[in-house]
Design a binder for this molecule. Structure first.
Ligand SMILES: Nc1ncnc2c1ncn2[C@@H]1O[C@H](COP(=O)(O)OP(=O)(O)O)[C@@H](O)[C@H]1O
Ligand SMILES: O=P(O)(O)OC[C@H](O)CO
Length: 496
């Protein structure tokens, strides 16, 4: 039997998922690892803990399934994006902890670059914004801060990589310094139109280009995991950033197809085809996937708080015992009350990009209680998605047509109440697939397709199966009135 091993290296845990020859999940293993918060707004991971958790879950999934590494045809890797590792070329040792995508320490660097007039260059070249979210200013910070790093980098002794790149370097015993186009597209240093590193931006950031990995298609020969790790050599044949892997796993291969993943945060990607669409509404332009040298582009909207609002109900307010209770509670809310939660707990992401504003609740009465709070928390996810939806439709005429359907995944998509509310607020159908592991499946398909054991792109797309479709059940005037209240509430928190 042939298996594909998908490694999903996420922000809070590392997972290994074995897929069988029919692309079905055979077994999974998961391990959480520590988060480090050395200062307010700083978030770090220890690259050694990322590495050891990766080895651990892979070895566990292989032994628990009762197979050997030689039964695994290929590895596919998907990963938290933007998180930055710099390591020594000789020793393979990181010179600093990994700076995580959520980390805000480089906001002053971003401000300086903006003031110096580099915003346009960055936006036009990379499709991104000058925000600490992305890798480029994190690399600059490490080189500026770690003693001796700048001169070692200039001598070619240091390497930069996102997590995929670091893992491949370790898995291949230092034989491959590579990444894929989707991860490169999140670094702030990659020219998404030309398909190469931008010398101009690297100069602005003072990042020597010899530190950067070679960029490959998502399905390619990334190197061979050495036999010492799992007992036999295994080729690494697929790589994609986690949100792009979910886009692939959801088979959003046609322009106009959109997926939204509801985990702690929410990331929506709209396939815009072979031409990058420049956003005028503060969406990101990014690479959805690259196959056979041909990039397919996407507009992306990132929301920082989705399921985290449910966690707040549970851990912060203590009004629910588990996430699963939220739907029933929301359904029991008083229809006469319009309580709105703007969950700007860590500022607002797309399309507002307001890092310093904080959350607010509106419309409270003496009768507002747990049910109204639960409904407001779940609806905030729908309203935030509508914000992205509006911005994307304004950016790209084709998406303004009513044919766009949203495919959803992530832990929170299990909530029927939330998905119905999403459809109501969007005024559009919402499709939930049978397959829950869309991110891992995306990485597995890339590797299995490259290895020749999984179907080609259209064959794979044909395997996508719907669990349930949610269709709008709200009158249009009611929808627009509710959305208007949300917009005013957002303006209020930005103004406070
Ligand atoms: N039935 C549910 N109703 C509402 N929220 C849920 C439900 N199930 C899970 N969630 C939320 O989904 C999130 C977990 O989703 P997951 O995809 O595992 O996230 P991540 O990968 O970011 O850790 C949690 O924030 C949880 O509160
Ligand atoms: O690890 P996740 O699932 O929180 O995803 C993180 C994103 O890739 C950040 O851009």
């Amino acid at each position: 039997m042939s298996f594909i091993l998908a490694i999903d290296q996420g922000t809070t845990s590392t997972r290994a998922i074995l897929f069988d020859g029919d692309m079905q999940v055979a077994h999974t293993a998961q391990q959480e690892f520590p988060q480090y918060f050395p200062q307010a707004g700083w978030v770090e991971h220890d690259p050694e803990e990322i590495w050891s958790s990766t080895l651990e879950v892979c070895r566990r999934v292989i032994s628990e399934q009762g197979i050997s590494a030689s039964d695994i045809t290929a590895i596919g890797i998907t990963n938290q994006r933007e998180t930055t590792v710099v390591w020594d070329r000789e020793t393979g040792q990181p010179i600093h902890k990994a700076i995580v995508w959520q980390d805000r320490r480089t906001s002053a660097i971003c401000e300086e670059l903006r003031t110096a007039g580099h915003g346009d260059l960055v936006h036009k070249t990379t499709g991104l914004l000058l925000d600490p979210y992305f890798s480029g200013t994190k690399v600059k910070w490490i080189l500026d801060t770690v003693p001796g790093a700048r001169s070692r980098a200039a001598e070619g002794k240091l390497m930069f990589g996102t997590v995929d790149s670091f893992l491949i370097w370790r898995l291949t015993g230092g034989a491959a310094h590579v990444t894929d186009a989707t991860n490169a597209a999140r670094t702030l240093m990659y020219d998404i139109r030309e398909g190469g590193w931008s010398a101009e931006i690297c100069e602005v950031l003072d990042v020597p280009m010899q530190m950067l990995p070679e960029v490959k298609d998502c399905a390619a020969d990334f190197g061979i995991a050495a036999a010492e790790h799992f007992g036999a050599e295994i080729p690494i044949l697929g790589v994609a950033g986690d949100q792009q892997a979910a886009t692939i796993g959801q088979a959003c291969f046609q322009p106009g197809m959109m997926k939204s993943t509801y985990g702690t945060g929410c990331f929506a990607l709209l396939n815009t085809g072979a031409t990058p669409v420049e956003s005028r509404n503060r969406m990101l332009t990014t690479i959805a996937y690259q196959l056979d040298g041909q990039p397919t582009y996407a507009l992306e909207g990132s929301i920082f708080i989705a399921g985290a609002a449910v966690q707040w109900l549970r851990d912060g307010l203590g009004i629910i015992g588990s996430a699963q209770e939220t739907g029933g509670l929301a359904a029991s809310a008083d229809p006469g009350q319009d309580v709105i939660l703007v969950p700007a707990f860590t500022g607002l992401g797309a399309p507002y990009w307001e890092p310093d504003c904080r959350g607010g609740m509106f419309g409270l009465t003496r009768n507002s209680g747990p049910a109204e709070f639960a409904r407001a928390a779940l609806q905030s996810v729908a309203y935030q998605t509508r914000d992205l939806w509006e911005a994307m439709r304004a950016d790209w005429q084709e998406a303004a047509e009513d044919s766009v359907t949203l495919r959803v995944d992530g832990g929170m998509s299990a909530s029927d109440w939330t998905m119905q509310s999403l459809s109501d607020i969007l005024g559009a159908p919402v499709d939930r697939p049978v397959m829950q592991e869309t991110t891992a499946l995306g990485a597995a398909w890339l590797a299995g397709m490259k290895a020749g054991i999984y179907p080609d792109q259209s064959g794979f797309a044909a395997t996508w199966a719907r669990d349930r479709q949610f269709t709008p059940a709200m009158e249009a005037d009611q929808r627009e009135a509710a959305y208007g209240r949300w917009k005013r509430a957002v303006q209020a928190v930005i103004g406070v």
